[in-house]
Ligand binder design. Sequence first.
Ligand code: ADP
Length: 506
Amino acid sequence: MQFFLPNSSIFNLISEGISEGIIVVNKEQVIVAANSATEEMFLYKKDHLIGQSLDLLIPRRYHKGHDQHVTEFARQSKKRQMGRGRDLHGIRKNGQEFPVEVGLNPFEMNGETFVMALIIDITERKIKEKELSHWFRIFDESLNEIYVFNAQSFNFINVNKEAQRNLGYSLEELQTMTPIDIKPEMDRTEFLQLIDPILLDKNSKIKFETTHQRKNRTIYPVEVNLQLSAKGETEVFVAIILDITEQKSYTEKLEKKVDERTKQLTEALAKEKELNELKTRFLSLVSHEFKTPLSSILTSITLLGKYTQTEQQEKRDKHVTTIRNKVKYLDAILNDFLSVERLESGNENYKLETFPLSKVVNEVVYDANMLLKTGQKINYPEDIDDLIVQFDPKTLELALSNLVNNAIKYSPENTSIDLKIKKVDNNIVINIMDKGIGIPKEEQKHIFNRYFRAENALLTQGTGIGLNIAKQHLENLGASLEFSSEENKGSNFTVTIPKTPITTIQ
Ligand code: ADP
């Protein structure tokens, strides 16, 4: 190696101990000295470098710019870092370019100006920087909110863009705040308790749900994942936060749907249960309720066959009446029962018709007359031909016949049953009154429950269905059924048919 510098041995001594490249150029930009590190960096032998223009070590495209910089630098002539604000590159003998950092030191020796350049190969650093900026971009551009805050003071150190956007605070504003400031549901004590496990076990993390309050005071639900980390010497918390507004509303919607479906299912099951119960009851009904009438029908028929004499006509008539009554009774409970089934399965078809009320009343009274006990009598208005109602005649007949049949059933012989009809505010009000056993006060509240029968009625045949279905059908059509009753005095059942669409014949 050959140096043109007078005290080259001192330069040699110093420069060889340094890992950075050192090149000395004269004012013509000719290399006058270089150390071994430069040799390794640029892959040129030192001997080759000495006497060459510095351009040899600079990629061609930078030559022009470099000359200008050198001229400028020589003019200012003071020690400085080169390439501030731009990337500097060197080129090796094999043509490979690499990033460098250059420090320039001008000096004079024997009246001549030299510049000593200290060159550092920053390839590794650049790779690291790139990597870092990659990680930073991931942090900053993450669609999760990421918060870094001091583990002692809790002050935010860095908060990524998404967090700033969702909260509506700038980074500068957030740097004066702590996580507690944005958690409306939590005070400092609660927050301390929450992070305690992480402080005890520094490798642990915690996950919790809470709410965040934006700058505009709106609140959103969040899931927080929190863990400890370090920023240099400082211990910091890193919180990754998920805005779970949509997840929450989705969950809520789902829960609502599940509730709805559960309700539907429960209802369907209850209906199913009710229908099953109905089947069971039907069987017991057939065995109980049908047995007595059927055996009395059988007895009457057997006896009928025995009364062959002409003068026994009265006896024959009696048995025919008995048979007719029993058949009517069986028909009625069968109708009631089928009606329950239709109500339960939702298969009831109402047909609204306009008809004279007398039509239904007469039919009900005619049929009921056959069931009267000795001395019983039904009083009913016979001057109602001008009362026209719009209703389902079958439903009205079912309701009225149930009420009149009950009045007969639950009254002793020699009493009268009164059927009264009046117009109140254009509604038609029908009363069925008897002087029978009445309904005990404490049992009155259950009387419309299906299958309910009062204690004092148990000696009389019955199913506990009639009142229940009558009320349900009437109410389905906007009518009502009420009653008042006193035990051992009698009962008064009231059917009210709504005024519209009721008209009176002229
Ligand atoms: P059922 O008459 O077949 O038992 P209902 O549903 O028609 O069934 O009546 C339910 C219960 O209400 C009867 O068992 C009886 O206790 C009572 N009840 C109904 N109508 C009268 C009435 N007019 N007088 C006394 N009790 C009555």
